[in-house]
Design a protein around this ligand. Structure first.
Ligand SMILES: Cc1cc2nc3c(=O)[nH]c(=O)nc-3n(C[C@H](O)[C@H](O)[C@H](O)COP(=O)(O)O)c2cc1C
Length: 136
């Protein structure tokens, strides 16, 4: 149900669940955490909307909104997830044989959290609201 610019729905989603696919995934990033499942979220460069004034494409934004929706749904189902951007884009392209019109946005690493685990220490480090929001 994630919104996309002009409802173009350019997201293309690959569920990495077979051992063969997981092996390929682990070649693409150090942040794999030996997870039992990952989701590669891409967008189709030919399908996404582009702003006519400067040509800015919506693809990464659309795909990111999709990612956050999936992460929130996963959390509701008791599944932990981590957004991973620290991956080798060329490796993703090669390992998953992405055609040129698909660009990757994120790898979502999923799994059931072990009992008693704590979030990343950065989780509670929030900048003061004044650093981020200005009322004009
Ligand atoms: C765009 C983006 C890229 C990220 N890339 C990585 C990554 O490559 N590896 C990783 O372990 N965590 C990654 N993270 C997770 C962040 O480190 C984490 O969200 C942040 O430290 C705050 O913790 P929290 O999500 O528990 O609040 C990424 C998060 C975002 C939003």
């Amino acid at each position: 149900m994630a919104p996309t610019a002009c409802n173009r729905q350019p997201q293309r989603i690959f569920v990495i669940e077979s051992e063969e696919a997981l092996e390929k995934f682990r070649k693409c990033t150090r942040s794999h955490f030996h997870a039992p499942l990952a989701i590669l979220v891409c967008f189709d460069k030919n399908e996404c909307w582009k702003r006519e004034y400067d040509g800015k494409p919506s693809g990464d934004i659309d795909a990111s909104i999709v990612c956050t929706h999936m992460m929130l749904e996963a959390a509701d189902l008791g599944v932990g997830s981590t957004w991973v951007m620290h991956y080798i884009p060329e490796a993703v392209k090669t390992e998953f044989e992405l055609p040129d019109h698909l660009e990757s946005t994120a790898l979502l690493v999923m799994g059931y959290p072990k009992d008693g685990v704590m979030p990343n220490p950065l989780h509670d480090k929030t900048k003061p609201i004044e650093d981020m929001v200005r009322f004009l």
